[in-house]
Design a protein around this ligand. Structure first.
Ligand SMILES: Cc1cc2nc3c(=O)[nH]c(=O)nc-3n(C[C@H](O)[C@H](O)[C@H](O)COP(=O)(O)OP(=O)(O)OC[C@H]3O[C@@H](n4cnc5c(N)ncnc54)[C@H](O)[C@@H]3O)c2cc1C
Length: 408
């Protein structure tokens, strides 16, 4: 079967590319092939079922800093289609989008179906054909375009868009076409830590902590959540994204140092403790935290880890105990042994090497009729709607460029 353009994968990037091309060239015959039983499966489960569709940051340069890999290459594309354009795109099609306090943006309905249904109904309106249960097994370059081989069918097209996400099969095929691929490693994961200081207090959030990985330049500041199995929260997830390759090399076994109170210097902490010793010396350190932001159960763990018994009063603390207390607050050392998936959003670092892509068109430099965007590329963002934004922008740019190319 012959088409003008085929889109491999029924995900965010393919839908945006196909819809853009169909809007500009309604005369073309377009097909989306999806191996699964439904399209947009990741949109459905994204953001805990709410779909964190983009982020409120829209200035291209600033937006690009939220991508551990591929940020620089996205500055140009974001100047053509940025997060505010995504919001306008969905709102023009009847899906209201809201901003949450931390900048993440969701459909007002709080349901990913709103996004999913909008994309499917746009595709239907524009007569874009969709074939489910169609797994592309091989891609062949022909003189006039491309041939796709599936289990019991084959398709040809002049232009090909690949939005197959993190697909090792497709990466393997691309390598055969001499398109360089960087081996994938996970990004956005939580840290597994077994430590008495974190046991029995899951759910506690320290809103502003600083985490660094000794021996590397990796350091992040942000909320940290204590879980049943270790640490999570935006600060940890961001660190996992920026450190995806280094931490993979370390086989996810490494040390971290946490400053639970980065707003205070060691000197100011010393003064605070001295003041408490002089004014409330008869009180017990274990009974009340001098730091308002520390929950009582968390503070108790810090006091215990500093070797201070419940019966010791502030006035009786010796130098060693004071030093231990300050160390547990400002440079608590933990050992990470393994990682866990962050269920709300997980992505892969790695994919098609960005050197191979012309970011004005999202086409492959050596194959001008081959386009790709989304997670198939070596681009990934931190959590917060940035990964979808890269897929929307890339899809939109590719669809526009495909329309221009067919004009030639
Ligand atoms: C649980 C979870 C939650 C997430 N939540 C968010 C969020 O809230 N916000 C955010 O920004 N990002 C989120 N992400 C990341 C985001 O979903 C991805 O970055 C985004 O979906 C990438 O879009 P894509 O179109 O490139 O690929 P995908 O959405 O992965 O789509 C690729 C499609 O291609 C199909 N395919 C693959 N190989 C073939 C083949 N050989 N033949 C035919 N079809 C094929 C797949 O079945 C799939 O449907 C989340 C990810 C996960 C896993």
């Amino acid at each position: 079967m012959n088409y003008d353009a085929i889109f491999i994968g029924g995900g965010a990037a393919s839908f945006f590319a196909a819809i853009k091309l169909a809007e500009l060239r309604p005369d073309l015959r377009l097909l989306i092939v999806e191996k699964g039983k439904e399209v947009l499966q990741k949109v459905r489960i994204s953001g805990g079922g709410r779909c964190n569709v983009t982020n409120a940051i829209s200035e291209p340069k600033e937006l690009s800093t939220y991508y551990p890999r591929g940020g620089k290459t996205l500055i140009g594309p974001f100047s053509k289609f940025t997060s505010s354009d995504t919001v306008a795109w969905f709102e023009e099609r009847g899906v209201k989008i809201k901003k949450e306090a931390d900048g993440r943006m969701f459909p007002v309905s709080n349901k990913s179906e709103s996004i999913l249904n909008c994309l499917i109904s746009e595709a239907e309106k524009l007569n874009i054909e969709i074939r489910l249960h169609t797994n592309v097994l091989d891609i062949e370059k022909e003189e006039a375009g491309w041939k796709l081989h599936c289990a019991d069918s084959a398709f040809t097209c002049r232009q090909l868009f690949i939005g197959a996400g993190s697909s090792s099969r497709i990466w393997g095929i691309l390598k055969k076409l001499s398109i360089p691929v960087i081996d994938p490693v996970p990004s956005l994961f939580t840290f597994n830590i077994r430590d008495e200081r974190l046991s029995d207090i899951p759910g506690i959030v320290i809103a502003d902590a600083e985490i660094r990985i000794p021996g590397t330049k990796l350091s992040e500041r942000g909320p940290v959540l204590i879980t049943h199995w270790g640490l999570s929260g935006p600060g940890i997830l961001r660190l996992s994204a920026w450190g995806a390759n280094v931490l993979h090399e370390k086989l996810y076994h490494f040390g971290i140092i946490i400053n639970w109170l980065p707003t205070h210097s060691v000197d100011s902490l010393k003064k605070l403790i001295e003041t408490i010793r002089q004014t409330k010396g008869s009180g017990f350190p274990s009974s009340k935290s001098p730091v308002e932001t520390f929950p009582a159960r968390f503070w108790k763990k810090i006091v215990q880890a500093s070797g201070i018994a419940d019966t010791v009063k502030w006035a009786d603390l010796n130098k060693v105990q004071i030093a231990a207390l300050i160390r547990e607050i400002t440079e608590a050392s933990f050992t990470v042994k393994g990682k866990s998936t962050f269920k709300e959003e997980f992505v892969t670092a790695g994919g098609v090497d960005l050197k191979a892509i012309d970011f004005r068109t999202f086409s492959v430099k050596t194959h001008p009729t081959l386009f790709m965007a989304g997670e198939i590329l070596n681009i990934d963002g931190i959590t917060g709607g940035f990964n979808f934004q890269a897929a929307w922008t890339g899809g939109w740019m590719a669809g526009s460029a495909m329309a221009e190319q067919t004009e030639l």
